[in-house]
Design a protein around this ligand. Structure first.
Ligand code: SAH
Length: 457
């Protein structure tokens, strides 16, 4: 497996300083899975190319594992994969981390660079390769290969010879390669530990957050492990907020203050509990349970057998835990950290899901992911879901006109908007839906809270 990096920034041989590898020497480094050789096929003032030749030892790869044919015919020794990322991190670690004592300014300077990868598996094809690199400013050229000329019907191989050109810092180029090579390779057999999240976020710093294929990158990099993907996505989207949990707490108080005169919260919880009982639901999962208002009520009520609260906020769950602990009847309540926009096996096996004042906290583009997680994968018999009725906001004396009830609300819907959405869900996922107004109903603007009760057909 060969990676070359070329620059025409002059004097081009400065590349040797940036990589901490002298252009006149050929160096070799042992790695746990083989040997990395560094040499310079070309080193002149005008143009300099460094080559990293990775000699992956196929025997080392299978040693210690039960041998089977697949391992012996594996492509791993010959293609760019996470082994190349490991090699980059080991033999070019100073350059990857953007350090260079001799040329501290050049480290920070975008310079013309070309990376060539002799064999890059691109699962998802050339289109996906472009989706990954072009938003980062690369011009991409890729040569594909048909699997076997004698059998054209076998089609294209997933392997490409790829050239990536950009004016970037060397450290950025190496970071992009470090993360995106395993993403393209999408090999499912490689072990991923918890520290991979940290590595991904570190090497993705400054570009992953804005990358349009961010979600696919994270999912594939973390080998589609939902738990790790969730953690990474969450950390990435929340990192601007120094204390997201603290802010959520404060905002929840603000919302309660706006709605307080009606003690709307109580009326809402009563309506939800009544709807759950009406449907005969005894095993309840409360999605986006927050600090456990509903959980507490369900735990106190002898009707419910199994009660689980799920929230993405650890702080909210801790608070819920404290509040529940004070209840002697809280033994049948379980709390789990989870994001509602990712499929989660733990959500299976409940009679009903309660989703109380949660959807308006989801970004609209993520709402469809939540819909699938709940109505397509978890599929409880009943879903009781509430959300504010924006029409009613004119009735809140403390709310500035045009503002939503809560800083974190991404949207609030009119009755028509909510009902259209809910009916659409019913059609898509085979649920019937009834609507109920919660709180004092005004002739013109309706009630403050709208509730949808979904029943699986
Ligand atoms: N249902 C509770 C809390 C509503 S506030 C009540 O009625 O009191 C909304 C809650 O949804 C917050 O606790 C927030 O942490 C949670 N939340 C927002 N987005 C989420 C997501 N993607 N996954 C899981 N929980 C989420």
């Amino acid at each position: 497996m060969l990676l070359t990096i070329t620059t025409t920034h002059q004097p081009a041989t400065d590349l040797g300083y940036l990589l901490h590898k002298h252009p006149d020497r050929c160096q070799s480094f042992p790695l746990s899975f083989g040997q990395a050789h560094i040499f310079y096929p070309e080193a002149s003032i005008k143009k300099c190319t460094a080559a990293l030749l990775l000699d992956v030892d196929p025997v080392k790869l299978v040693r210690g594992r039960s041998s089977n044919l697949i391992q012996y015919v594996s492509d791993r020794p010959y293609v760019a994969s996470s082994f190349l990322s490991v090699a980059i991190a080991q033999v070019f670690s100073t350059a990857l981390n953007g350090r260079c004592k001799e040329l501290p300014e050049l480290v920070q300077t975008p310079i013309p660079l070309i990376a060539n990868l002799s064999v890059l598996p691109c699962r998802g094809g050339e289109g996906f390769l472009r989706q990954l690199f072009e938003p980062l400013g690369y011009s991409v050229s890729a040569q594909g290969y048909i699997l076997d000329e004698k059998f054209p019907e076998w089609g294209q191989s997933p392997y490409y010879t790829v050239e990536l050109q950009n004016t970037v810092t060397l450290s950025d180029l190496l970071s992009h390669l470090y993360v995106l090579i395993p993403v393209l390779d999408d090999d499912k057999h490689y072990f991923v530990g918890d520290d991979e999240v940290e590595k991904l976020l570190r090497h993705g710093e400054g570009w992953l957050k804005e990358h349009p294929a961010q979600e696919q990158i994270i999912k594939r990099y973390l080998k589609r492990q939902p738990k790790l993907t969730r953690i990474a996505l969450f950390q990435l989207t929340e990192e601007d907020e120094p204390d997201p949990d603290g802010a959520a707490e404060k905002q929840a108080e603000e919302e309660a203050a706006v709605e307080k005169p009606l003690s709307l919260n109580q009326q809402r919880l009563d309506a939800v509990v009544a709807a759950l009982k009406n449907k005969g639901a005894k095993r309840i999962v409360d999605l986006g349970c927050g600090q456990g208002n509903l959980l507490k009520k369900l735990a106190k009520d002898g009707y419910f057998h199994k009660i689980t609260g799920v929230d993405v906020s650890y702080r909210a769950l801790e608070r819920a835990d404290e509040r529940l602990e004070r209840l002697s009847s809280s033994g049948n309540v379980q709390l789990m950290q989870g994001a509602l926009t990712y499929k989660d096996k733990r959500l299976l096996g409940y009679d009903a899901a309660a989703v109380i004042e949660v959807i308006e906290h989801l970004d609209l583009p993520r709402l469809s992911a939540f819909e699938r997680v709940l109505f397509e994968f978890a599929q409880p018999r009943t879903v009781v879901l509430t959300t504010p009725n924006i029409e009613y906001n004119v009735k809140f004396p403390s709310l500035t006109p045009g503002k939503l009830r809560h800083q974190d609300h991404r949207f609030e819907w009119t009755r028509e908007e909510f009902q259209n959405w809910a009916k659409g869900i019913g059609e898509k996922f085979s649920y019937t839906v009834e609507f109920q107004a919660v709180g004092d109903e005004d002739l013109e603007v309706g009630a403050p809270t709208q509730m949808g009760i979904f029943s699986r057909k």
